[in-house]
Design a protein around this ligand. Structure first.
Ligand SMILES: NC(=O)c1ccc[n+]([C@@H]2O[C@H](COP(=O)([O-])OP(=O)(O)OC[C@H]3O[C@@H](n4cnc5c(N)ncnc54)[C@H](O)[C@@H]3O)[C@@H](O)[C@H]2O)c1
Length: 319
């Protein structure tokens, strides 16, 4: 075995880390506070199991994946980073920018590698769309929107924006490459007193680039759609579709004798590599433990938390 990785938290998402690390040959331990759940996980994955994090730390693993609920990310992440231990923290990295900043500072002080589970940055379709934008095929970037809609998973600690939108924010940061200069947001609560179920946030960037993110866990069907509109062409991708095609629409508006005229050529499917994002993410973590983590780093995670916090404040203010 190469690097030995221990997964902390074997719930709905943690089990995917466990399975994927096992497949790539790097799963060495599981920490799960629920003894019964731990036993269930150790059956198909016969590695070292712990109910106490301290016992796992004693084993000296090469890296840890923190896939516990969001409110535990800061205390558990802090404990690992203070000891100089490498960690990939699931999104959202922390529940406040004060905490995410502190985690980045700790990693800097102890030299530990810190990565954040911004999975979609490892999605081959997202990488391909970034290439398309960079190549100039769509012309000047005008507008991006991202919708992440589904029925559940409803959380009781963080609202839908904190739960779903870290992915969309990380994509906007990756595509646009600079922070928004203005953010506006609204939200609505139906199921719980203090937790928003539906939010919409709008972003203005320098150079007249705009974007919005619409997320809801109270929606009849799953939709994870990304649309990028440029001056010469447009791109769409729905990660919840069966074919997961990236569509290029050769469409734009021209001005002819002062009048707007539609220009429409046939659409194209943009071919891309169909690698699994989680496998790519975990391989990157494992392969960079001895080097620098430059992609989906702690700093990226902190930038995302800052946007989450701003949107949260705006939603509460606009209520
Ligand atoms: N990157 C992604 O695409 C993605 C997708 C889904 C969830 N997530 C994130 O993954 C994290 C976990 O989400 P989930 O849906 O798996 O939650 P979950 O509630 O299903 O599972 C959490 C598990 O962690 C265990 N646990 C809690 N505290 C622990 C501790 N201190 N030590 C060890 N085990 C502990 C619980 O017993 C439970 O089994 C969240 O931060 C969530 O936002 C990321």
């Amino acid at each position: 075995m190469g690097k030995k990785i221990c997964v902390i938290g074997g719930g709905r998402w943690g089990q995917n880390h466990i399975r994927t690390l096992f497949q790539i040959g790097n799963l060495a331990g599981i920490v799960e506070t629920n003894q019964q759940r731990l036993e269930e996980l150790l059956e198909p994955y016969p590695v070292k199991g712990f109910t106490e994090l301290d016992d796992a730390i004693q084993q000296g693993f090469d890296g840890y994946i923190l896939a516990t609920p969001a409110e535990t990310h800061y205390p558990v992440g802090k404990k690992l980073l203070e000891k100089g231990l490498n960690v990939l923290i699931e999104k959202p990295m922390a529940l406040s920018s004060e905490h995410s900043r502190h985690l980045v500072e700790l990693a800097g002080q102890t030299g530990a590698r810190l990565m954040v589970g911004h999975l979609l940055l490892f999605h081959p379709a997202i990488k391909k769309i970034k290439e398309v934008i960079k190549s100039g095929k769509i012309g000047r970037l005008y507008y991006i929107y991202s919708t992440r809609l589904n029925l559940g998973t409803v959380r009781t600690e963080e609202n839908v924006f904190w739960s779903f939108a870290p992915h969309d924010i990380s994509i906007l940061d990756y595509f646009i490459g600079r922070p928004a200069t203005k953010i506006e947001a609204k939200g609505a609560k139906f199921l719980q007193d203090k937790i928003y179920d539906v939010t919409i946030a709008q972003f203005t960037y320098p150079g007249n680039v705009h974007a919005h993110i619409f997320v809801s866990w109270l929606h009849p069907f799953k939709e994870q759609r990304l649309v990028v509109v440029g001056s010469q062409g447009m791109v769409s991708f729905d990660d919840s579709s069966l074919d997961k095609n990236i569509l290029y629409y050769n469409k734009h508006i021209d001005w002819v004798e002062g009048k707007p005229v539609k220009v429409e050529q046939p659409d194209e499917i943009i071919v891309y590599d169909k690698a699994m994002p989680l496998t790519e993410e975990l391989k990157y973590f494992v392969n960079n433990l001895d080097q620098k983590i430059e992609f989906a780093s702690g700093k990226t995670g902190h930038e995302v938390v800052k946007v989450l916090e701003t949107v949260q404040e705006l939603i509460s203010k606009n209520e």
